[in-house]
Design a protein around this ligand. Structure first.
Ligand SMILES: [Zn+2]
Length: 118
């Protein structure tokens, strides 16, 4: 999935990011487009409505939630990240950084394995 950056015209790719809502809730695995040229970010169109629903539902002091629990589209993306054959080194490293921020050591191990096999 990619689209042209509205700021500089470069290609933007989808990444899963953590966003902070109202300083009290962290939402992980939110799919956004990121421009590698100017760092412009944009929420993926398909999840806008789902994200809105999550923000309306989520109780205060919830802490950290995974958007994948609320968004079928994001669950699909997470799965695709695992099986896609044309995942590039940069994508894996991105994923590695993302997962290490989640302190998920099992998942990290799987990604390290994938990196070694590239
Ligand atoms: Zn750009």
């Amino acid at each position: 999935m990619e689209k042209a950056c509205g700021h500089c015209g470069h290609l933007m790719h989808v990444h899963l990011r953590k966003i902070v809502y109202m300083n009290h809730t962290e939402i992980e695995h939110v799919p956004v487009y990121r421009c590698s040229c100017c760092e412009h970010h944009e929420l993926v169109e398909q999840v806008k409505e789902e994200l809105k629903q999550v923000l309306l539902q989520v109780p205060r002091e919830q802490g950290t939630i995974s958007f994948a629990d609320y968004s079928p589209f994001t669950r699909m993306m997470l799965r695709a990240c695992y099986c896609t054959a044309d995942f590039q080194v940069d994508d894996w490293l991105d994923m590695y950084l993302l997962v290490s921020s989640l302190h998920d050591s099992v998942w990290l191990g799987e990604i390290e394995q994938a990196l070694r096999e590239l």
